[in-house]
Ligand binder design. Structure first.
Ligand SMILES: [Zn+2]
Length: 155
C-alpha cells in the first residue's frame, strides 16, 4: 500500500535519517496510521530478507539466462548508420556496393595471376625452402601431403 502523505519523510524515518525530534513525531504517527504502519512493516520485512543469507542460484541459472539473452538479441544497426537521414541511406549503401565492385575489378586487373601447380611444386622443392624446412625440428613440421594431384581445374 502506498502512503503518499508521508512518502519522503517515511522513507527517511525508516532509513534512520531523521533528526531525533522528527523521528519521535513520525514514530507516533506510524503507530496510529495503518497505511504507514503497513509500509514500515513491509520495509522491515525487506530489510530482514536482505540481511539474511543469500539464496544460492539454481544449477545452470547463469548459463540459461545468458543463452536466452543471446538468442533473443535483435540485430542492431550501428549507431552511426542510425544518425544518417533515412533518405541518404540508399545512396550510401549504393556507394558501398559500387566501391566493393570497383575494388574487386581493380584487384582483378592489377593483381598477379595465380601460379601454376608446377610453379608451386618447383618453389617448394627450391633449395631455400628445403633448407628452411630442415631447420624446423621434425616434430614441429606439418606433415607433407601424401599426394598432390596435379590437375588443372581451368580449361
Ligand atoms: Zn500515515
Amino acid at each position: 500500500m502506498r502512503t503518499d502523505h508521508h512518502d519522503a519523510r517515511l522513507a527517511a524515518f525508516l532509513d534512520g535519517e531523521l533528526a531525533p525530534s522528527a523521528a519521535a513525531a513520525l514514530a507516533g504517527h506510524v503507530r496510529d496510521c495503518e497505511a504507514c504502519r503497513t509500509e514500515a512493516d513491509d520495509n522491515a520485512e525487506i530489510q530482514a530478507l536482505l540481511a539474511g543469507e543469500p539464496t544460492p542460484l539454481p544449477e545452470g541459472f547463469a548459463e540459461r539466462v545468458t543463452r536466452r539473452a543471446i538468442t533473443q538479441m535483435l540485430p542492431i544497426a550501428p549507431l552511426w548508420w542510425l544518425s544518417v537521414p533515412r533518405s541518404w541511406r540508399l545512396g550510401l549503401a549504393s556507394l558501398f556496393v559500387l566501391a566493393a565492385i570497383g575494388g574487386v575489378e581493380v584487384g582483378r586487373h592489377t593483381g598477379s595471376p595465380a601460379p601454376s601447380p608446377e610453379t608451386l611444386v618447383a618453389t617448394l622443392a627450391s633449395p631455400e625452402i628445403v633448407a628452411m624446412r630442415s631447420a624446423v625440428p621434425a616434430a614441429e613440421r606439418a606433415a607433407p601431403p601424401a599426394t598432390i594431384p596435379l590437375q588443372r581445374t581451368q580449361p
